[in-house]
Design a binder for this molecule. Sequence first.
Ligand code: DAH
Length: 334
Amino acid sequence: MAFTDQIEPIKAAALQSLQAAESLKNLEDVRIEYFGTNGKFTALLKQMGSLSKEEKPSAGKAINLVKSELTQTLNQRREELEAAADSPKLATDFTSPGRRRPLGKKHPFTKVTEDIVKSFRKIGFAVADGPEIESEYYCFDSLNTPADHPARDTQDTFYINTKNRPLLRTHTSSVQIRVMEKTPPPVRIIVPGRVYRRDTADATHNPTFHQIEGLYVDKNVTVSDLKGTVEFVFKELLGKEVKLRFRPHYFSYTEPSLEIDFSSPLVRKMGKEWLEIAGCGMVHPTVFENVGYDPEKWSGWAFGFGIERIAMIRYGINDIRLFYENDKRFLEQF
Ligand code: DAH
């Protein structure tokens, strides 16, 4: 058979096999069958050497044309098969079980915060917010905290620079002032937020942590309003068996000032009878004066809870650092 007559049948067979290939593996087999070292097309190319001078040019032309056509078909089929491999096949058995997507979970702090906010909303409190980078005025001066108070020490507070002394707020109490400056009384707010202190991280401390501040200002507000409110919220949050104890304390922005201890079966499980959980008190008259409220006319209470403490009690966690590590195995349990 003349050389050029052999080209056409090989081409036709190759084209058919390429187009019929149903998998990438299949396609590769066809490629080897024709273009491999011992392939049918390779054999044709090898014959070129034995052709006469007159035959060579037209045979070369014909064979190059076929080669490019086959290569093009091969590449096109490969792309089609690759695309099909990437896209999911439609399930044909609709009774087979679905594939579950892994669901994210809320962080325990988010849950605790949301639950506290929910309880306070029920009794008419609104959520307020303030900046984490704060001035000395809002964090300390306006709260009646004198310049020589240890809380203002650079050992305790992160100052951003020493010039006009912006700082990372050490508590959410700064937001009390910001809200009262802008709002005439009565006021009923809670403020969840992140705060910062120069503490070394250990099982119960972290340099950033979370608080919820509360502030209630109206006429004839008393300490028993404060006690009743706090008790209501903690019973909602941690169960009816909860007991609270109020101890005298000192904060410059409240008078009298109290600390709240907390007891429950969960606390006892952690090996303690009482756990300190919040500071609170009746708003100091000087604080009212600083925001332009008349202390003769208005009275109020305020508190600051630590979210970490509450989350530790609620979920029985004994090392605060676990909350910050973002280990999925830890977080997935809540
Ligand atoms: N700011 C206090 C702290 O970080 C907590 C606190 C105490 C907040 C008394 C208050 C308050 O609003 O009245 O420890």
